[in-house]
Design a protein around this ligand. Structure first.
Ligand SMILES: [Zn+2]
Length: 316
């Protein structure tokens, strides 16, 4: 372990809050935006850029002296074991992003169990340290996957950061709590949802993704300040290594909206991230999970029961 739980001096009020900084480690061609134009069986024939991009991110973090969590695909870890060791040696947390970016709601529970088991075994083998955190590809744990948290708990994960508690066209679980919650009675597993801010009484995505590149940085700064200062909670922010790579190949035959989302703002991304890591305190997700565990609320409407009821009704 790389002493992730060191106390930050000057803790107290919004000043002492450590926000969760995370990187979803996948290559430029493995994203949801291109899943209908680049098939999984083509992946091995495409020139990889993930390693150079991850090293760029590690350098950016080193300059700002921050630690983060790298949620990594098993598929990527298998092909880049030296990169995994370098992430760990730099003091960052290595965690799982599943095996090959299949979304959780496309699995049965048994398939999900196999996916997370396989990814973790590969990542731990490369890293030489235990993996205790999981992030679902495309935040795909929602009301359709009542068994997902139970499976994560059964496999011994300490935390998940797999829920986007917001309305979105590709993902989202708008009824989920906005901050840390315990999805299972009698289990210490906690979920750390990606950050939303309140704007005009509505939840808006404020924890990374395309909007961070598309909108001016001032919006993100305002949103994270609101969460830290007014709500007194840590933000959870994520981005991808390909977002700091303006030179990546262009997929011309992808739908216009996918291309817009993927390519807008790439050249400014590194500069924005530089501002972001300077303006707030950041740390590994396992540190945030550790600190938030005591404050996590119980999920008021257990999705497990709701989901199971729906299944029972469907079976009748
Ligand atoms: Zn991803």
């Amino acid at each position: 372990m790389n002493a992730p739980f060191q106390e930050i001096p000057g803790a107290g009020g919004g000043q002492g809050i450590v926000n969760g900084l995370s990187v979803d480690v996948e290559d430029w061609f493995q994203v949801g935006a291109f899943e209908n134009v680049i098939a999984r069986d083509e992946w091995d024939s495409i020139k990889t850029r993930v390693e150079d991009n991850v090293y760029r991110v590690i350098d950016l973090f080193a300059e700002a002296d921050v630690s983060a969590t790298f949620f990594t695909l098993g598929w990527v870890a298998k092909r880049h074991p030296a990169m995994i060791r370098r992430i760990v040696d730099a003091g960052h947390e290595i965690a799982s992003h599943g095996y090959d970016h299949a979304r959780v709601f496309t699995f049965t529970r048994a398939q999900f169990a196999e996916d997370i088991r396989k990814a973790r075994a590969i990542i731990e083998d490369c890293a030489g340290v235990p993996v205790t955190g999981y992030r679902a590809p495309s935040f795909s744990i929602d009301q359709r996957t009542p068994w997902a948290f139970a499976e994560l708990a059964e496999q011994g994960y300490a935390y998940s950061s797999s829920v986007a508690p917001v309305v979105h066209d590709h993902y989202g679980w708008p009824e989920a709590p906005r901050f840390a919650f315990r999805p299972l009675a009698g289990s210490s597993l906690i979920e750390l949802p990606v950050t939303t801010a309140m704007l005009g009484g509505r939840r808006v995505a404020a924890g990374g993704g395309g909007f961070f590149r598309v909108l001016p940085y001032a919006f993100s700064r305002w949103a994270i300040r609101q969460v830290n200062r007014d709500e007194g909670r840590p933000a959870v922010f994520y981005f991808h290594p390909w977002e700091v790579d303006p030179g990546q190949p262009r997929v011309g035959h992808a739908p216009l909206r996918s291309r817009f989302r993927h390519y807008t703002g790439l050249s400014k991304m590194a500069g924005k991230l530089g501002d972001l890591v300077q303006d707030f305190r950041w740390g590994r997700m396992d540190l945030v999970a550790h600190r938030e565990r005591a404050r996590a609320e119980d999920l008021v409407l257990p999705p497990l029961e709701l989901g199971l009821q729906a299944e029972v009704e469907a079976a009748e």
